[in-house]
Design a protein around this ligand. Structure first.
Ligand code: CTP
Ligand code: MG
Length: 174
């Protein structure tokens, strides 16, 4: 098999795993106290809103960091593919994904957009861009890897929503 192809798939997957895990584990485990403690910003609107919880945030970062740590311990090749320690890189990706997610919610609240109301591209891709930016000191995606990750994330979002619609978890297929 073409070694360039193997390198591409390995690197893109290693980048995607902590980013996706972080968001999905926050969704699975997120309930209870909001991380902004219900506080408002100077504009009288919520700082982040009830959609960002302490539990979800901790679960997201902890599980994705643990996954990266486990993968780096089991497969030393991760460091070769990325030219960086994957345990550390995965943790940076997760922290960045959360930071991007918080920044997105902060911006939405300032614009008067309610919790859960979606903003096209910001909701789907913000965490990917922010995560990769946080990881930048350790590893940098190539242009192709970056474009692939964005396109794949959008596609996964569309397919995920359609499945949720067919499974009657969501009322609309988007
Ligand atoms: N979640 C959480 N903690 C986080 C991120 C997400 O508990 N740090 C959970 C919340 O239950 C949230 C759900 O995952 O409702 C979906 O996440 P997201 O779409 O990011 O939040 P929204 O509810 O859409 O809120 P917002 O409008 O602020 O994005
Ligand atoms: Mg949302």
């Amino acid at each position: 098999m073409n070694p360039d192809f193997i390198l591409f798939v390995a690197r893109a997957s290693l980048m995607a795993i902590p980013l996706y895990l972080c968001n999905s584990m926050a969704l699975v485990f997120g309930k209870g106290k909001p991380i902004d403690f219900g506080k408002n910003f100077t504009d009288g609107k919520r700082l982040l809103g009830d959609g960002k919880t302490i539990r979800g945030t901790i679960a997201g970062i902890a599980i994705s960091s643990a996954a990266a740590l486990a993968l780096s311990a089991i497969f030393p090749e991760t460091a070769v593919f990325l030219n960086a320690n994957y345990a550390l890189y995965g943790t940076l990706l997760a922290i960045g994904a959360v930071a991007g997610d918080f920044a997105g919610s902060f911006a939405k609240r300032r614009m008067g957009i309610e919790r859960g109301e979606s903003v096209f591209l910001l909701d789907q891709l913000g965490f990917v861009v922010a995560g990769l930016a946080f990881g930048w000191p350790l590893a940098q995606p190539t242009e192709l890897e970056f474009i692939f990750l964005l396109a794949f994330t959008m596609l996964a979002h569309v397919i995920g929503n359609r499945i949720a619609f067919l499974a009657k978890i969501k009322k609309v297929p988007w």
